[in-house]
Write a new protein. Structure first.
Length: 113
């Protein structure tokens, strides 16, 4: 969505028409997320748990840094915009943490078998 329709995402944060540079920045974030997703999916298909863990960790770190940056940007984009921007990645962070937990649980079960 960020890559294909950045203006639609940006309109959730403000009533103003977003500037071209803001649309470009949003699109680049979408591209980054797409690349991390492709890497994660490729690692999952390879059945290499270490690669899956590495890509999940990269995605999690990226999303946590996005949340921290958004939360700290209240002065420049307003409290509402900062809150919306900080909340967008929260479901993905929860999914990444859950997936990492599942990898750990699976690894523990395989060791005890």
């Amino acid at each position: 969505m960020l890559t294909v329709a950045p203006r639609a995402v940006l309109r959730m944060q403000t009533a103003d028409d977003p500037s071209g540079s803001f649309v470009l920045m949003t699109r680049t974030v979408g591209i980054r997320d797409f690349v991390v997703g492709i890497g994660s999916a490729s690692a999952a298909r390879s059945n290499n748990r270490d690669e899956v863990r590495r890509w999940l960790t990269v995605g999690l770190l990226s999303d946590l840094l996005d949340i921290a940056t958004a939360a700290a940007s209240g002065r420049s984009i307003g409290k509402r915009g900062a809150l919306v921007a900080a909340l967008v990645p929260v479901p993905v962070v929860a999914a990444d943490i859950h997936a990492l937990w599942l990898l750990d649980a699976d690894r523990s079960m395989n060791r005890s078998s």
